[in-house]
Ligand binder design. Structure first.
Ligand code: COA
Length: 321
């Protein structure tokens, strides 16, 4: 198999076609970047502002690219499903990882294009590499119905529900970081508060779909003041809402606050006229999964993240496999 070509200086039409393919695959599993992502990504890859490699459009097409944020890198590998697809995906992954600047300590890489069986085969190959952790994620959803229109019940004692616009990005980012500490989700975002701020700000600006203020809220304890939990929603499509963030402070868990927020969120989406609710969850997140099963969400999609930690990093919390 030939080596992939660097995307820098490649024909923009080829890159646009390849990035479109990625977007199509992401859309198929209800995960799609918003706005002019295709054009911007293709242009960044062509100009060298972003790093990438490709196999030209056609039956053996493929594309890999990454961006960095401090010591963390976020990458994506896409191949067209055909003979040799697993080899191409592996090759693109290897090129990507070997190109990472030396200051990068961790890289999280997602995949699209492979059939489930081929993705499994790739994961098997990659999981044996030094510093590898495999994180499985599940897309879940269900239809909203009249039951979801019922009031969510009284706000838990001593707490207040506050509009999300009254909560700063900093406070939400801090809650998010505390909420996922020690879990696979923490591996996905890392352990730097700046990264949580960046992700939270991006969500509110619509990175995963138009942010729905009316279907997002926070639970707040006024005395002494403390942000206890939050649920954030976005519009996935005109018919479908998605919960993009849902968390309860670890010190306030197992008191029914999560269930209350979830019910509140379902009712808000239903009241806005959405017909379905969607979300992504890490397969090892048993507390959240139990809650989602209670609310009858069904798994409808899967995705794998290959995380590489370079030598010198402390041991990681846990692996999903
Ligand atoms: C998921 C989360 C929001 C639940 O918050 P919570 O306030 O503790 O949830 P509740 O007290 O309302 O629990 C509701 C149900 O969820 C399940 N659950 C919650 N915590 C659980 C745990 N540690 N183990 C097993 N089941 C658990 C149970 O079925 C529970 O019902 P029960 O207490 O009657 O048995 C919270 O654990 C959290 O913030 N986790 C980190 C962030 C996260 O993973 N968010 C989801 C991203 S997809």
């Amino acid at each position: 198999m030939t080596d992939p070509f660097p995307t820098r200086g490649a024909r923009i039409d080829d890159l646009l076609e390849l990035v479109h393919d990625v977007r199509k695959s992401l859309l198929a599993r209800d995960e799609s970047p918003a706005g002019n992502w295709v054009e911007q990504t293709a242009e960044d890859l062509r100009s060298g502002a972003a790093h990438g490699w490709y196999y030209p459009p056609g039956p053996s097409a493929g594309l890999a690219f990454y961006s960095t944020s401090g010591p963390d890198a976020y990458g994506h590998v896409h191949v067209r499903e055909a003979e040799g697809a697993v080899d191409r995906a592996e090759q693109l992954t290897d090129v990507l990882v070997s190109d990472l600047p030396s200051r990068v300590r961790t890289a999280s890489i997602g995949f699209t294009g492979l059939s489930p069986a081929h993705e499994e085969e790739l994961v098997l190959r990659l999981s044996g590499r030094p510093g590898a952790t495999i994180i499985e994620r599940m897309g879940m959803e269900r239809s909203l119905g009249a039951d979801d229109g019922q009031p969510p019940g009284p706000v838990p004692d001593g707490l207040k529900l506050i509009p999300i616009r009254d909560v700063t990005v900093d406070a939400l980012a801090d809650l998010d970081m505390r909420s996922v500490r020690g879990s696979s989700d923490a591996l996905l975002i890392g352990n730097r508060i700046e990264e949580y701020r960046r992700v939270t700000a991006a969500l509110r600006e619509g990175s995963l779909g138009r942010f729905l203020e009316e279907a997002s809220t926070a639970l707040y304890r006024p005395e002494p003041p403390h942000l206890v939990g939050a649920i954030l929603s976005a519009e996935r499509s005109p018919r479908k809402g998605i919960f993009v963030s849902f968390m309860v402070d670890p010190e306030f868990r197992r008191r029914g606050y999560g269930r209350f927020l979830f019910r509140w969120g379902l009712r808000a989406l239903w009241a806005l006229g959405y017909e379905k609710v969607h979300l992504w969850v890490t397969s090892s997140n048993e507390p959240a999964l139990r809650l989602y099963r209670e609310f009858r969400l069904e798994p409808i999609a899967r995705s794998t993240i290959y995380r590489v930690t370079r030598a010198g990093e402390p041991p990681q919390p846990h692996s999903d496999r």
